[in-house]
Write a protein that binds this ligand. Structure first.
Ligand code: HEC
Ligand code: HEC
Ligand code: HEC
Ligand code: HEC
Ligand code: HEC
Length: 212
């Protein structure tokens, strides 16, 4: 009797662990260490109207982030590129090859792009990185002080569709504010990056900085 009970408990544990691992992976959960706090958060990667491959435009085409996110060093918000920006290149540039190796300029994804253009409709991109309204954040200050985009957004060349690779929790902001150079140096080591260090060793941590 005791033995059967033991086997059932064991089976339940195995099923439980399996289920946990499945949900963890499917829902993109991740762990982040911020000081004494360990936070668990969901790496959101919402479905987009067009799967826009950042890595191709950065690594293969060689575009700068500011080419499309024009206001990152000038304003609170970097902004998303208007469809006009895409039409500088599409559908004129080859984006793939057919079986014979001939260049293709229109794929299903580019076809969608052209449909939005023809119908004069903006592409309804879904936001990935979002702070609650009661938090004040400003891109310009961070970019001017030499904080690299990847420090906060993760390596965009590693994903096809934009993904939330940081928790965006208060403990995360503060961990960097306590010592931005140390934070980025550690990140470089942990994620195999080579980001320049921010210009300062300390950023403000009083409540009014982020809660006005
Ligand atoms: C060719 C234009 C283009 C370039 C170059 C580009 N982006 Fe983007 N970016 C977009 C578009 C379009 C979106 C919206 C689609 C999406 O979120 O996948 C986007 C979305 C994003 C988002 C998510 C925004 C949100 O809504 O939360 C981040 C973060 C981002 N880009 C960072 C970068 C960084 C960092 C670089 C440079 C390494 C870069 N981008 C280069 C076009 C571009
Ligand atoms: C210090 C951290 C940090 C740095 C550095 C940073 N971002 Fe962001 N970014 C954020 C946060 C936080 C949000 C969400 C803001 C909100 O919801 O108010 C965001 C939002 C965005 C968005 C979506 C908002 C929009 O305008 O529609 C884009 C695009 C973006 N960032 C691109 C960039 C690019 C490009 C760079 C580098 C030039 C960069 N970010 C540097 C933290 C950062
Ligand atoms: C400077 C030129 C240029 C601009 C601007 C540009 N692209 Fe591209 N895009 C390319 C090139 C070149 C490729 C193919 C890269 C490769 O060789 O993988 C590409 C590939 C793509 C693909 C992948 C095609 C597929 O079917 O896999 C999509 C989707 C795409 N671009 C959408 C966009 C969108 C949306 C914008 C505007 C936000 C944009 N592009 C702006 C040059 C550009
Ligand atoms: C990777 C490092 C890093 C992260 C992450 C980061 N910051 Fe910063 N932050 C800085 C640096 C560096 C400065 C500039 C400090 C200075 O100018 O002395 C700064 C400055 C600021 C300022 C302006 C303060 C002033 O002096 O007026 C605000 C507001 C701010 N950050 C909010 C945030 C919020 C909110 C988050 C989290 C969502 C965040 N930051 C995440 C590095 C970071
Ligand atoms: C560097 C930016 C920054 C500073 C400084 C900061 N906060 Fe926050 N705070 C945030 C962000 C981002 C959030 C939203 C994300 C979250 O809840 O973790 C937040 C959320 C909160 C919340 C809501 C928590 C919840 O669970 O809804 C409270 C309360 C709060 N902060 C209080 C404070 C107090 C008190 C101080 C000063 C000791 C402070 N904050 C300093 C960035 C900051």
């Amino acid at each position: 009797m005791g033995r059967i009970f033991g086997v059932i408990i064991l089976l339940l544990i195995i099923v439980g662990v399996g289920l946990f691992a499945y949900v963890w992976k499917k829902e993109n959960f991740a762990i982040e260490q911020a000081g004494d706090l360990v936070v668990i958060y969901r790496q959101r990667q919402p479905k987009q109207p067009i799967e826009f491959p950042h890595w191709r435009h950065i690594k293969k085409v060689g575009l700068d982030c500011l080419f499309c996110h024009k206001f990152a060093d000038k304003a609170v918000s970097p902004g998303l590129p208007p469809l006009r920006t895409c039409m500088n290149c599409h559908p004129y540039v080859p984006v793939a090859k057919d079986e014979k190796g001939n260049p293709i300029t229109i794929t299903p994804r580019i076809k969608k792009l052209l449909t939005y253009w023809k119908e004069k409709k903006p592409i309804p991109w879904v936001h990935v990185f979002k702070l609650p309204d009661f938090v004040y954040f400003n891109h310009k200050i961070h970019v001017k002080m030499g904080v690299h985009c990847y420090a906060c957004h993760g390596d965009m060349t590693k994903v096809t569709v934009a993904k939330q690779m940081r928790s965006l929790r208060m403990g995360w902001c503060l961990k960097c504010h306590h010592n931005p150079q140390k934070y980025v140096a550690e990140l470089n080591k942990k994620e195999g990056l080579n980001l320049p260090l921010p210009k300062v060793k300390k950023a403000r941590t009083d409540c009014w900085t982020c809660h006005k």
